[in-house]
Design a protein around this ligand. Structure first.
Ligand code: HDD
Length: 691
């Protein structure tokens, strides 16, 4: 018997327990006949029952009443935050048993187990129908359907949070949501109430630095990190605790869009991130994320210059390395958005044996909020029975009734202890079977009842400075530009000044840059930059070694030499990139099948551009703009010999990431591939590019 797997959980290759469970709920209407909800066959669903052809509708038309009533009740409340999201099923597998020394959570330390997962990515502030590419935090919530019960890791794509205590969450959310008098702006933090909150809550400043950085506009859900944020606890066999921070690292690297681009994507494709996830999974390019942990022995709890319980702080990776422990692959799209992605319910308190909480006051607050919010959003206490939420572990207890109870409990008792049902369902204490039982970590707690933040939570500037110091020059420019956009939308001058008064404590050049753009004085009295850095924080240091799943716009015309294009297209698609042929018209162009008519596409929907038009687009203003805009956004631009005239018409200034038309053959493919893999080329002078 495998000691890590005493219940004989399924092993790799037999991991679809969740999908098998869902099979019972899947409805296939192929070759069926229409009925009412009661299963009665329907003759006509287009005409209501009326008294004569021109007479009033009759109350006895039960089909009309059922159809319209059901429609009237189709909507449920959207999530109060994270309303807009996209989900996918996947699988998680540990690399080895190295965590067995720290935790009894089997899914984390038995490499033979393949645990089904469901992930929901989201934006935070916007409504359910808002655009994907807004400046915002992204949710990264994972449900692990383990054989020891459901474990939810409800994280974000940023490792810190705006506030330190859950009791401030309603204040924070009210401040960032649209203003109460006119419900403007949608899905934006660029307004007075948000920045008023920030200037009065300096604990938010570290997170604000992340929010003003490019992390807030990810290129793809497949290319962003995830973080559990809080310090949690792993609990081992003898009840020994180890502090842990959870990290997800995308195999494709961590990459972002640029601000000017996201504004245009919002109009061109408001579903940009959702579509990207969906299409990648449909194509079989399954998103992968490595799970990593930072482990801190309990004895080291107080060795840091911040408090491990403070969710506005990171543990720099250079101090405690992130140790890879397993991988998640997202390999299946949901089949019905409402049933699965909308009704999935996460909860930070859904934990399994081997994982436990800490006293982080933000986490403690969350542990109340999630169950509470699901009770109203999903109408009552039986939402864990909704297929996407159901554990694959057996569920037995004496909880009963409530709206929409689906189970038909056979037991004559619903209380414990009982004798009538033989004492079942039985606790471990009664049965004496302790394997796989959740036992709370035994932490000694004692103190006076007080409403008071610990002094160890007081430093709000040091890690904001650490973040700033760790950025590359282009990342710093983007942060300053983001502050300018945001504060430029704030009406009250004193709020801008108060924010500047905080920025001066983070860094002098940051404050100067923002003040200059706002036309305001640089405040006095900065506390001085400590000069420390954490290189792992910079996206400039993220891996850039693949063009897999990158979208390349191939501009063609009737003059295109297909023989010139085909080998290059073959080489790019051979490495997993996607080439879309954009042509002056749909149908066949120069022997190639056009994917889209050029003017219905936009450069902002692609990662790179390949000019292969044979000169036919050199006088086309839309094509010239397309090329210039891609260049301005830092993208790779490559011209085959036949693209020379269009490249010349675009009149791009010299800069990296532009390949051809004089480089050809293998060298062209190699250089273009490297330019795409680099993601963006920000060391270009784009000031004179008219796009
Ligand atoms: Fe939260 C949803 C992540 C703080 C209260 N939160 C929600 C979701 C994510 C997060 C990813 C969407 C889950 C889904 O896709 O359905 N929240 C976080 C992170 C936080 C955080 C990483 C800080 C570290 N949240 C937080 C606090 C509170 C809440 C402090 C309240 C005290 N969050 C909620 C909620 C939501 C929610 C109101 C709304 C919808 C839902 O729960 O299911 O309960």
């Amino acid at each position: 018997m495998n000691p890590l797997n005493p219940l004989g959980d399924p092993v790799a290759g037999e991991s679809d327990d969740k999908q098998r469970q869902l099979d019972d709920y899947r409805i296939d209407s192929t070759d069926t006949r229409m009925t009412t909800d009661q299963g009665v066959r329907i003759d006509d669903t287009d005409n209501s029952l009326s008294a004569g052809e021109r007479g009033p509708t009759l109350l006895e038309d039960f089909h009309f009443r059922e159809k319209v009533t059901r429609f009237d009740h189709e909507r449920i409340p959207e999530r109060v935050v994270h309303a807009r999201g996209a989900g996918a099923y996947g699988k998680f597998q540990a690399y080895d048993d190295s965590l067995a020394e720290y935790t009894v959570a089997r899914f984390l330390c038995d490499p033979s187990l393949v645990t089904p997962t469901f992930v929901r990515f989201s934006t935070v502030a916007g409504s359910r129908g808002s655009a994907d590419t807004v400046r915002d935090v992204r949710g990264f919530a994972t449900k692990f359907y383990t054989h020891q019960g459901n474990y939810d890791l409800v994280g974000n794509n940023m490792p810190v949070f705006f506030i330190q205590d859950g009791i401030k969450f309603p204040d924070f959310v009210h401040a960032v949501k649209p203003e109460p008098h006119n419900e403007i702006p949608q899905a934006q933090s660029a307004h007075d109430t948000f920045w008023d909150f920030v200037q009065l809550q300096p604990e938010s400043l570290h997170m604000i630095m992340w929010l003003m950085s490019d992390r807030a506009i990810p290129r793809s859900y497949r290319m962003m990190q995830g973080f559990g944020v809080h310090t949690f606890r792993l609990v081992g066999a003898e009840g020994r605790g180890t502090f842990v921070k959870f990290h997800w690292k995308p195999v494709l690297g961590t990459h972002s869009l640029v601000w000017d681009e996201v504004l245009r994507i919002q109009g061109n494709d408001p579903d940009f991130n959702r579509r990207d996830l969906w299409e990648a999974i449909e194509r079989g390019a399954y998103p992968e994320y490595e799970l990593g942990v930072q482990l801190v022995p309990e004895a080291d709890e107080h060795k840091f210059d911040f408090d491990l319980l403070d969710a506005t702080k990171i543990i720099p990776e250079e101090e405690v390395p992130v140790r890879p422990v397993g991988k998640m692959v997202l390999d299946r799209n949901p089949e019905n958005f409402f049933a699965e992605t909308e009704q999935v319910a996460f909860h930070t308190a859904n934990i399994v044996p081997g994982i436990d909480f800490t006293n982080d006051p933000l986490l403690q607050g969350r542990n109340f909020s999630y169950l509470d919010t699901q009770l109203i959003r999903l109408a009552g206490p039986n939402f864990p029975q909704i297929p996407v939420n159901r554990p694959i572990a057996p569920v037995h207890n004496d909880q009963r009734d409530g709206y929409h109870q689906h189970m038909i409990h056979q037991s004559r008792t619903s209380y414990s202890v009982n004798s009538i049902s033989g004492g079942c369902p039985m606790t471990a204490a009664k049965s004496g079977e302790w394997d796989g039982v959740f036992q709370h970590y035994q932490e000694r707690v004692d103190g006076n009842k007080i409403r008071k933040r610990s002094p160890s939570f007081e430093d709000h500037y040091s890690q904001a400075t650490l973040f700033w110091n760790s950025m590359s020059p282009w990342e710093k420019q983007h942060i300053v530009a983001a502050f300018l956009f945001e504060l430029g939308h704030v009406e009250r001058r004193y709020i801008k000044e108060k924010v500047l008064a905080h920025l001066i404590h983070i860094d002098q050049t940051l404050a100067e840059g923002v003040a200059a753009g706002l036309g305001l004085e640089v405040p006095q009295g900065g506390t001085g930059n400590h000069g420390k850095m954490s290189p792992a924080l910079s996206q400039a240091n993220a891996p850039r070694d693949t063009i897999a799943t990158r979208k390349i716009a191939v501009l063609v015309s009737d003059d295109t030499a297909a023989s010139e294009l085909e080998p290059v297209r073959g080489a790019l698609t051979g490495q997993g990139a996607i080439c879309e042929i954009l042509a002056p018209h749909e149908g066949t162009v120069a022997g190639l099948t056009a994917d889209r008519q050029l003017t219905t596409a936009s450069s902002v929907l692609y990662d790179a551009v390949l000019l292969a038009d044979g000169g036919g687009l050199a006088a086309d203003a839309y094509a010239v703009h397309f090329v210039r805009e891609a260049f301005k956004h830092g993208k790779a631009v490559a011209a085959l010999p036949g693209g020379r005239a269009l490249l010349e018409a675009a009149a791009l200034p010299p800069g990296p990431g532009v390949v051809g038309p004089d480089t050809t053959g293998d060298a062209f493919e190699r250089e273009f591939g490297a330019a795409i893999a680099a993601h963006r080329h920000f060391d270009r002078d784009i000031s004179g590019v008219p796009a």
